[in-house]
Design a protein. Sequence first.
Length: 255
Amino acid sequence: MDQYGVLLAVNDAAAKRFGGSGPALVGASAYQFLPRDLARQRRAKSDEAIRTGRPVQFTESSGGQNFDTRLYPVLDETGWVTRLAVYSCDVTEKKKAEEALLIEHVAIESSINAIVIAELNGAITYANRAFLDLWRLEQPGQVLRHLPGEFISDATAIIEATRRHGRWQGEVAGRRRDGTSMEIQVSAHLAVDARGRPVCLMASFLDVTERKRAEEHRRTLENQLRQSQKMEAIGTLAGGVAHDFNNIIGAILGN
């Protein structure tokens, strides 16, 4: 288009967006096909490209669609900008994918479960805040590129099982750098792409130390209760036997 916004040439993709054919659109104003706010933005960006003589890139949104638009100044033999080459690409699906990834990232980062993502060899590439807190670490750098074996027992076997079967669940011992230990419930998964090819490993970790202690305490109490019941039963039996024995002795002495 020229510096006034008059269309000089229109390809099929642009014609489809404007709702016409290329030849029929030539000579029309590019701004008349855009909503008022979008036309105002496009005009301002065009003026910027003409004034500076530099390419301008921006995003346009209209009717639920998103376009990555770039304006390239075309100079005449005297160096003045007389035309603009407009490149506009529909990035709606890309934007949706980026938003979905952002939502997933926020969900993972805010999860109360400790979560890591790792390469297929186990090298950690991401750890959420809950993972750092569980292992009492301050910075992601204390985790990234490290191997899971630094944090949990049986890591190599878990990685191999996950890669072979697609998932692994179980309980292992967790080790902190300050020397403390904990019981960890692990759920690991193998992430694959649309073609089914392995991409990375993902795992979530839950500290079940207190639960295990509570279960052990409950078992101890149950054992104590059973032992007490046994002793009570023995005492009752002994009392009954003694009573019967006294009755027999009494009968003998009476005779």
